[in-house]
Design a protein around this ligand. Structure first.
Ligand code: GLY
Ligand code: MN
Ligand code: MN
Length: 439
């Protein structure tokens, strides 16, 4: 395990916040079946992994602040040479203690016998209810079991408190080592986008471009994409979550690629849009420049003290001005923004938190107000414009142009760092890169 000290720091931090009348119960993700004897590639639950570093399925972690015999307990699979021949290595109880630093470890099959005893005497159970229905039932069962014994003097916990808020607030602020992993995820993804730009040309299938991307991810130690890659040419660039990636790229079209690697459990999330044949048409160039200007303006708003919505407001302002200038919208800028007229072409928001999950955890508001940006937060900045064919009252020259430009941005002490700066986005840079590839 790479980061034992950091996982320990996180557990200590969380336990300090919950105090000695609380207990944290957190299960990892279930194995999900793909079909018959085949499962989906396993990935532990992000919250669980964040606290434990434990990668195997069928595991539950329990934190009991101030408990004398030990505060950190893992329930997991026991070692089993026969099963390990089929399914691979298990840490077992000894590994849970020695590798992962558990104070105690028990077989997952014994959890019903042991966990109620650990909950007894604690007042508050910190648990993320609603994420895993089967486990919810188990936790409620243990609570009810304790309640039934109250007449015999057993003290059952009185409250279930959502764990999400405390834990997700911690996850929102990235440590130095998390930022290192995110920089690497972004760099690998930037390399993948470069390879895709150099590879794309008329006649190639969208999935063949995707293959180039996955190739770069894997060659660099990112064993999986952080989310299904979007590789959409022409009209497909206007479908926000297009993942079929099955059509042939045509001369004169744009290609929108939204793809990011997961490295070390951290996601990158990058979008680039470029001409399949390496040269922007006049219409593509004009619209692209509007989105690019909006993205620059939004990124400039990323700094400590600004609030979450300021990058979005900046993007909407520049996009709306551009749409009016190009004749796609008519009217006063302030009115078009107020009545949301721009949403016809820009129907999503400008970003989201980024971390272990691509749409990462963390609140966007504090009470009723947008929260303030602080160093260590990472967000995406991803404005776009989408004009599908048959768009009403829109000149045909704009049809089938979908553009999004997305970068991953760290809030620093003085402003920002673009983690995904390793892939070009200015028009002349893209054309030069693609011309070099064709030569
Ligand atoms: N790739 C998902 C997103 O951009 O939010
Ligand atoms: Mn995104
Ligand atoms: Mn994206």
């Amino acid at each position: 395990m790479k980061n034992r000290a950091e996982h320990l720091r996180r557990r200590k931090n969380l336990m300090q916040q919950i105090g000695s009348d609380g207990i944290v119960i957190i299960a990892t993700a279930p194995i999900r079946q793909r079909n018959r004897d085949v499962d989906h590639q396993y990935r532990p639950d992000s919250d669980f992994f964040y606290l434990t570093g434990f990668e195997e399925p069928e595991a539950v972690a329990v934190l009991i602040p101030g408990r004398e015999p030990g505060e950190f307990i893992i329930f997991c699979r026991e070692r089993d040479p026969k099963m390990e021949t089929w399914d691979g290595y298990r840490a077992g109880l000894e590994g849970a203690r020695e590798i992962y630093g558990a104070d105690d470890a028990f077989p997952i099959t014994d959890i019903d016998d042991i966990l109620p005893g650990l909950m007894e005497g604690r007042e508050k159970v910190y648990y993320a209810m609603g994420c895993n229905t089967n486990f919810d039932q188990q936790v409620l069962g243990w609570l009810n079991q304790l309640k039934k014994q109250q007449r015999a003097g057993v003290h059952a916990p009185g409250e279930i408190i959502a764990l999400d808020h405390l834990l997700h607030e911690m996850r929102l602020f990235k440590s130095t080592s998390e930022i290192r992993s995110m920089r690497r995820a972004a760099q690998i993804s930037a390399d993948a986008h470069r390879r895709a730009m150099q590879f794309s040309r008329p006649g190639v299938k969208e999935y063949q471009v995707e293959a180039e991307i996955i190739h770069t991810f894997m060659q660099n130690g990112a064993r999986s994409a952080a989310y299904p890659s979007i590789v959409g040419g022409g009209g497909n660039s206007c479908i926000l979550h297009y993942i079929e990636n099955s059509e042939t790229l045509k001369n004169g079209e744009l290609l929108l690629i939204d793809a990011g690697a997961e490295y070390d459990y951290y996601a990158a999330d990058i979008t680039r849009t470029f001409p399949v044949n390496g040269r922007f048409s006049r219409a593509q160039r004009k619209l692209y420049q509007v989105v690019l200007n909006a993205q620059h303006a939004a990124i400039e708003q990323v700094k400590p003290g600004n609030h979450w919505n300021q990058p979005h407001e900046a993007a909407v302002q520049v996009l709306t001005e551009g749409l009016v200038e190009l004749g796609l919208l008519k009217g006063r800028i302030s009115t078009l923004i107020k009545n949301g007229a721009y949403k016809k072409f820009y129907m999503h928001r400008t970003g989201h938190w980024l971390g272990m999950d691509v749409h990462d955890v963390g609140e966007y508001k504090e009470g009723d107000v947008w929260r303030t940006l602080e160093p260590g937060m990472v967000l995406t900045i991803e404005p776009g414009l989408y004009i599908p064919a048959d768009s009403k009252k829109v000149d045909k020259k704009w049809w089938n142009i979908g553009i999004r430009i997305e970068d991953d941005v760290l809030v620093t002490k003085d402003g920002y760092e673009v983690l995904s700066a390793g892939i070009v986005k200015e028009i002349d840079e893209i054309e030069a890169l693609m011309a070099g590839a064709a030569a």
